[in-house]
Design a protein around this ligand. Structure first.
Ligand code: SF4
Length: 385
């Protein structure tokens, strides 16, 4: 069990972040925010993938003026990402955003900061301070020589102090770097200094799979230590992939699960079906499910029945077909071209709380032939998990 570091709780719209709230998954749109149709369409796809809060870039006044129209048409809280221009922050607040990302040290006088915090307080809108190793203040670069965890934390605490001096405490903080060791060290240090909720991310992680791996290691290490209240995986890819990756990280640490997890073997010389095609098709056709089902698709008797026994639905393939197993019980034995159909049916039935329909197997070359999985007995699971 991971023991979470205690943090204050803030509200971003309806979403609670920090304290005992579930660790939330967020993403950022890639559209020009002023293009309301495109932005709303991307957010709809993100919402469908399970994104719980979304950030949009607000570099110009026309982007800020689009925020209200976007907010009205989406079902998750909206964060406006603002740099340097406090007037954009005021406009975004007027447009009804649920949070603003802004570094108060970069917007000028204390009076400007107070204007923003006053309006944010009136509307119950928190501010995320977002420090990036790549944009550390010049004096800190000179002090530390290059971006260090200490320098990043010093920068974050400066911004925090500015907000606290304005009597504003509705804060969350990110302290990102593109290098995993620096990012991990910075968050560890920061978490010892403040109890504000932390937004975790490896910034500019890059393209998958290396970007996924960097994010999984950096975010995963911190979550395993109990650090972090909301996460964003930053990828040079479709933003929907960021959300899927976020849930995969949470699931890997047994923190949260959403939608089916497919366990599949890498295949080897024992394989007698096109397992890669089966897995691809199953992944695509199961993407609409939301329950955290475990689906195993394995190539032969070596591990297939064992994995299937531990799964909600499993395929143990054999020669030109395979067994379909539901929570330890064999539902049927099907030819290769029917297996995914039956798997999807069974998974949809579990999602809907129904029993899957046991069909009479057509018998074509299913698992068990030629000393394959049919030789294996699969113990019935005593109860549904
Ligand atoms: Fe090979 Fe069978 Fe293991 Fe798949 S489950 S990798 S086919 S031994």
């Amino acid at each position: 069990m991971i023991e979470r570091r205690p943090t204050r709780q803030i509200s971003v719209g309806d979403l609670k972040i920090g304290g005992d709230a579930p660790i939330s998954v967020q993403s950022m749109t890639t559209t020009k925010t002023e293009d309301v149709e495109a932005t709303v369409a991307e957010i709809a796809r993100l919402e469908e993938a399970g994104c719980e809060v979304v950030r949009v870039a607000v570099p110009r006044e026309r982007d800020a003026k689009a925020l209200g129209r976007i907010r009205q048409r989406i079902g998750i809280p909206l964060i406006a990402d603002i740099h340097f221009d406090y007037r954009l922050a005021l406009l975004a607040l007027d447009e009804g955003v649920d949070c603003i990302r802004l570094n108060p040290g970069n917007i000028g006088s204390k009076e400007r900061v107070r204007e923003v915090t006053r309006k944010a307080s009136e509307r119950g809108v928190p501010i995320r301070i977002g420090v990036n190793a790549g944009s550390l203040e010049q004096d800190l670069l000179e002090k530390y020589g290059y971006p260090t965890a200490e320098g990043m934390v010093e920068s974050a605490l400066r911004h925090v102090r500015i907000l606290e001096e304005a009597d504003f405490h509705d804060i969350k903080i990110s302290i990102k770097a593109s290098g995993v060791p620096l990012m991990v060290e910075a968050y560890r240090l920061l978490s010892k200094s403040v109890d504000y909720p932390l937004h975790l991310g490896v910034t500019e992680a890059g393209i998958p799979p290396s970007g996924l791996i960097k994010s999984a290691i950096g975010i995963g290490m911190l979550l395993a230590e109990g650090i972090g209240d909301t996460i964003r995986v930053s990828l040079t890819a479709d933003s929907v992939e960021e959300v899927q990756a976020g849930y995969d990280i949470l699931r890997s640490l047994a923190i949260r699960a959403k939608g089916p997890l497919i366990v599949a073997c890498p295949t080897c010389g024992r394989i007698e079906v096109d397992l890669f095609a089966m897995v691809d098709e199953a992944k695509r056709r199961l993407a609409h499910l939301t329950k955290p089902l475990t689906i195993s698709i394995l190539g032969c008797a070596v591990n297939g029945p064992g994995e299937a026994r531990e799964s909600d639905i499993g395929i143990a393939a054999g020669k030109n077909g395979g067994l379909l197993i539901r929570r330890g019980e064999i539902i049927g034995k099907y030819p290769e071209n029917e297996l995914v159909d039956r798997l999807v049916e069974a998974a949809e039935a579990l999602e809907a709380g129904r029993e899957p329909i046991a069909r009479v197997a057509t018998g074509a070359g299913a698992a068990g032939e030629g000393g394959g999985p049919g030789a294996v007995t699969v113990a019935a699971s005593p109860a549904d998990r």
